[in-house]
Design a protein around this ligand. Structure first.
Ligand SMILES: NC(=O)c1ccc[n+]([C@@H]2O[C@H](COP(=O)([O-])OP(=O)(O)OC[C@H]3O[C@@H](n4cnc5c(N)ncnc54)[C@H](O)[C@@H]3O)[C@@H](O)[C@H]2O)c1
Length: 275
């Protein structure tokens, strides 16, 4: 029997990068996955890949910051799979600028995606969680459930040019530790992973440092100049970036049955980075 057989997992931002790899890891262990992404094509591709591997997935392609997103995601999950065991708040992007050039719009966009959306998603799932936990208690077999929030070393250590991003990610530490105390009695663990340098489109190197992604039709500069990336790698004891799959592994371990007694923890998955 696979380790997550009969579990239902929701992974935001799982159309690409770390979220997609995590969705694959969860599906391989038998979880049914709700694939969310801003980009419908990316979400559909992750879903199709999971189905092709003989597992079960359903796509919910919408922005986590859109109106009523959280309530509709919870409703969709309940109608599609009837339960939820794992919620991973992973969707995100960077919008970097030195503090003196950070606009209110930029600050609010970073808070909205990295802190407000996870809070609203968690809150919206409460009715379903409460219902399932009460039913399982009555049956005398309470399941172990998991919430994993995705943060960054920008929050644990600070990164110049990322004040808005790192502040929002740091908020996840408080959310994680407090929620672990509130929901422990429902047998729900709440943990946080702070990734370091992971090879995804957010960290791609370009000669002029001008990688660009589109978020809701707007262009956002991402990526590194080669010398910036080299300097960062010199501060990593493992001397390399993580693959998206390796990073996903750091979040995945919190979802496994063996991690049922770990809660309220914020760990770096960053190759031992020290700067
Ligand atoms: N790559 C890194 O080095 C790194 C380091 C630290 C933390 N992180 C965090 O890891 C998470 C995943 O990043 P990644 O590197 O895999 O990036 P990625 O761009 O490869 O994947 C992120 C996915 O999230 C989706 N997304 C973005 N905004 C969304 C929204 N509003 N609603 C729904 N989906 C949305 C994107 O479309 C994309 O498919 C993010 O929270 C990021 O901040 C990444």
């Amino acid at each position: 029997m696979r380790k997550l057989e009969n579990s239902v997992a929701v992974v935001t931002g799982s159309g690409r990068g770390i979220g997609r790899e995590l969705a694959f890891l969860l599906a391989k262990e038998g979880a049914k996955v709700v694939v969310n992404d801003l980009d419908p094509d990316a979400a559909a591709e992750t879903q199709a890949t999971i189905v092709a591997m003989g597992a079960c997935a359903s796509a919910f392609p919408r922005s986590v910051t859109s109106l009523n997103f959280a309530e509709e995601l919870a409703e969709f999950t309940k109608e599609t799979f009837g339960d939820v065991h794992i919620i991973v708040n992973n969707a995100g992007y960077v919008w970097n600028e030195p503090v003196h050039r950070t606009t209110d719009e930029q600050w609010e966009a970073m808070q909205a995606i990295h802190l407000t959306a996870p809070f609203r998603i968690i809150r919206a799932f409460h009715p379903l969680l409460r219902e399932r936990v009460d039913a399982e208690r009555t049956e005398g077999k309470l399941a172990s459930r998991r919430i994993v929030n995705v943060a960054s070393i920008a929050a644990t250590r600070g990164t110049a040019g990322q004040v808005a991003y790192s502040s929002a990610k740091a908020g996840l530490f408080g959310l994680t530790r407090s929620l672990a105390k509130e929901w422990g009695s429902m047998n729900i663990t709440v943990n946080c992973v702070a990734f370091g340098l992971v090879d995804t489109r957010l960290t791609a190197t370009t000669e002029d440092g001008t990688g660009v992604i589109k978020i809701e039709g707007e262009k956002r500069r991402v990526g590194f100049l080669p010398n910036q990336r080299d300097a960062l790698i010199r501060s990593i004891p493992l001397a390399r970036a993580a693959s998206a799959e390796e990073a996903a592994g750091g979040a995945f371990i919190f979802c496994l049955p063996e991690a049922s007694y770990i809660t309220g923890q914020c760990i770096e998955v960053a190759g031992g980075i020290a700067y």
